[in-house]
Design a protein around this ligand. Structure first.
Ligand code: UDP
Length: 331
């Protein structure tokens, strides 16, 4: 159909990107999915390949992006997103957040498209205010291990606002808090796949530090709804999207033990450097502006997510990882 809206989604084969592809297909958009497949996997989007309104570009957005035809929207969601990933590929993380967004913004300007960036609660760093509202400027160590991700995302916000201010580009900034759901990579190192993977493999659950640090976990369907509403709004300043239901990591481990029925125990390991002590989104802005709030509670969300991980084959469950970072690292 010629009059379909056309959207480019970078990082489309990743966890969030693939759910966004599904949503915009459901909305009858023409979806152009782009991914370099370093951390994304085609399995997440292969069900969309037969559709006439879906196409896939295997491309690294840190390099010049060419997309023929009109574009109405661009969602820049490409980036390694878990602490162990961006520790393994720090330079790629910085490049996708800097060169990648510059390419996306240039493309958006050329096409007259509205552009949204996936920002993050990490722009608040190890926060000194609680909960975190969009007005808080953050507490980030630029040269710490998380700096490569945090500063790339902060640069992305600055660059996006500059294109908005100086070029009049229509832009959106969503600050995403911890999100979970089906298609998270089992070995990406984040706490939920780590714990569920350990439970399924019969290993002990590794809590880092004393487990008193907190996070607030949002189910992916809620996040996607928030993103969709923000994109359809005309609001250009950052908006937090996340679930304010906060829990300590040790209590979270207990919930996973209950959920999975594992007889394994919790073991304590060293806390990673600059690991934020507490995190909870203030979602007043999203509520007022978008009429959005999360609907899926943790019990329900975890049940759905566990069902997904349980459906993985033994090979998938024991796979170390599907990609080879070394290929991408210039020695
Ligand atoms: N964490 C943990 N055990 C693990 C993985 C993570 O205790 O096996 C902790 C981690 O130190 C952090 C929290 O769980 O305090 C959330 O970590 P994650 O990597 O999921 O994301 P973050 O919110 O830190 O970016």
């Amino acid at each position: 159909m010629a009059d379909r809206k056309r959207i480019l989604i970078t990082g489309a084969a990743g966890f969030l990107g693939s759910h966004l592809c599904d949503r915009f297909i459901k909305e009858d958009y023409h979806v152009i999915a782009m991914d370099n497949l370093i951390t994304g996997r085609l399995k997440n989007i292969e069900h969309l390949f037969p559709l006439e309104n879906f196409e896939f570009y295997h491309h690294d957005v840190s390099k010049f992006i060419h997309v023929p035809g009109k574009l109405d929207y661009i969602l820049h969601f490409a980036s390694p997103a878990s602490p162990i990933d961006y520790l393994k590929i720090p330079i790629q993380t910085l490049k996708v957040g800097s060169l990648g967004i510059h390419n996306c913004l240039g493309l958006a300007k050329a096409k007259g498209a509205t552009l949204m960036i996936a920002s993050t609660s990490e722009v608040y760093g190890d926060p000194e205010v609680h909960p975190q509202s969009e007005d808080y400027w953050g507490h980030v160590n630029p040269i710490g291990p998380r700096g490569v991700y945090d500063e790339a995302k902060r640069f992305q916000e600055a660059m996006t606002m500059a294109y908005h201010t100086y070029h009049g580009l229509d832009t959106r900034i969503v600050r995403i808090f911890n999100t979970y759901g089906p298609r998270m990579r089992l070995n990406d190192g984040r706490v939920l796949p780590a714990f569920i993977g350990q439970a399924l493999r019969g290993e002990d659950l590794t809590v880092f530090g004393d487990g008193s640090q907190t996070r607030s976990f949002c189910y992916v369907d809620d996040l996607v709804e928030g993103i969709f509403r923000l994109l359809m709004s005309n609001y250009n300043l950052p908006v937090n999207i996340g679930n304010p239901d906060e829990i300590s990591i040790s209590d979270f481990a207990e919930e996973i033990i209950q959920l999975t029925g594992t007889t394994q125990k919790v073991i304590y390991q060293e806390l990673p450097v600059n690991d934020p002590k507490q995190r909870q989104p203030d979602i007043t802005r999203a509520k007022e502006l978008l009429g959005w709030e999360p609907k899926v509670g943790r019990a329900e969300g975890l049940k759905r997510t566990y069902a997904y991980f349980k459906s993985l084959t033994p090979e998938e469950l024991n796979e170390k990882d599907h990609y080879d970072f070394d290929k991408y690292i210039r020695k």
